[in-house]
Design a protein around this ligand. Sequence first.
Ligand SMILES: Cc1cc2nc3c(=O)[nH]c(=O)nc-3n(C[C@H](O)[C@H](O)[C@H](O)COP(=O)(O)OP(=O)(O)OC[C@H]3O[C@@H](n4cnc5c(N)ncnc54)[C@H](O)[C@@H]3O)c2cc1C
Length: 382
Amino acid sequence: MGSEAWKLENCLRNCGAERKSHKSARAGRGQQPKWEIPIKINDSTRQGRIELKAGATVAVIGGGPAGAFFAIHLLRMARELKKDLKVIIFERRRSTGFHTAPCLAEVWKGCNYCAGGISPRLNDVLKGLGLKLPEEIIQSRIHSISIQGSWKIIELEVPAGREMLTVYRGSRPARRFDRYHNFDSFLLEEARKAGADVINDEVVDVQYAESGKPLVHCRVGEAETRLEADLAVFAAGVNERAGIPVDRSRILQSLQRLIPGFVPPRLRRAMIIELEAKPSVPGNLAGRIHFVEYGSKTVRLEMCSLVPKRGFVTAVLVGASVDAAANPAERQEVMRRFLELPHVRKLVSPGTQFSPTCVCSPNMVVGSARNPFGAYGRRGSK
Ligand SMILES: Cc1cc2nc3c(=O)[nH]c(=O)nc-3n(C[C@H](O)[C@H](O)[C@H](O)COP(=O)(O)OP(=O)(O)OC[C@H]3O[C@@H](n4cnc5c(N)ncnc54)[C@H](O)[C@@H]3O)c2cc1C
């Protein structure tokens, strides 16, 4: 059994989960004080609150920013209330602490489908939580944003006293010399420090158990393990695979089965291109994020951004030409034409060479999910 599976075994055993034969995780907990998370549930016949007794198990599916922030908040709140909670984050790919690259063989390699801009607001949230991003994770400090509309360029300075940063959220592009430093591993490590257990395995389904509680099925190598939780939190994002349609995403399908009124958020295809800048990121792009609001008659774009990193620039494109690109060859063509647009070329000094090192086309959330809360699989069973 691999070390991750061993970790899971121990962790799940402590929470009352079993391999194959399933028993209620409530067994043997005794009478303990309870506390409540007020949750709006779109069903007047059900309670509008989920009660979490001390010692309750919370399963968080996905260890991206949503899962990590949720776990940090919940565990801090629980500590303030002097309540004991077991929080388990299931993350299929990323491990904690990898931003410090302790063991290169184990480092998760992959992309998180993001431009990696940390807005002043998000930066304030991090500061508010007492989370200081290590310098090696910060790719660039942004002093201004330039918005290139079809008739005007608007320059916005980052207000004095506020900070805007750029980061990578995973280990791509592979040619980065500092590819093991990434934002998501840092946050996940902070969740672990706050008391969460992080299990590096994939959740394959979530159903309601006989008791009516959520039963999380996850894969540990060849074996499948189940955990009955008191609360399951879905934070697996919308890119089970980059650009996967909602009706083919196993996790979103599970969620729709569990909460029949749940409507996933509206999605749109985006394109991300990592551009290596040689000999370096040009002065006009260093410390500045550019938004370009148009393409041309043949490259139909609605919004593009150029986000500077160390030695790279991350370009994100959204528009009808991206929607229409059906395969990697067509995406490469959109990228090539984008880089040749006169107003894009103007941003790059003549001596700079941009080489695209990776291109992907993930889903981007462009609306809100509806009815994302549910309680108990069988009415009346608690
Ligand atoms: C093109 C693009 C550019 C963007 N640029 C920015 C930006 O500059 N700044 C910004 O703030 N936001 C940006 N965003 C938005 C940002 O990426 C999302 O808001 C953010 O990633 C959402 O975080 P999340 O934790 O919900 O999901 P994700 O980041 O997708 O994390 C989900 C996690 O769950 C894991 N997971 C998935 N399925 C399973 C499973 N079955 N079992 C276990 N683990 C699983 C995944 O490995 C992943 O780590 C951008 C988005 C796109 C598409």
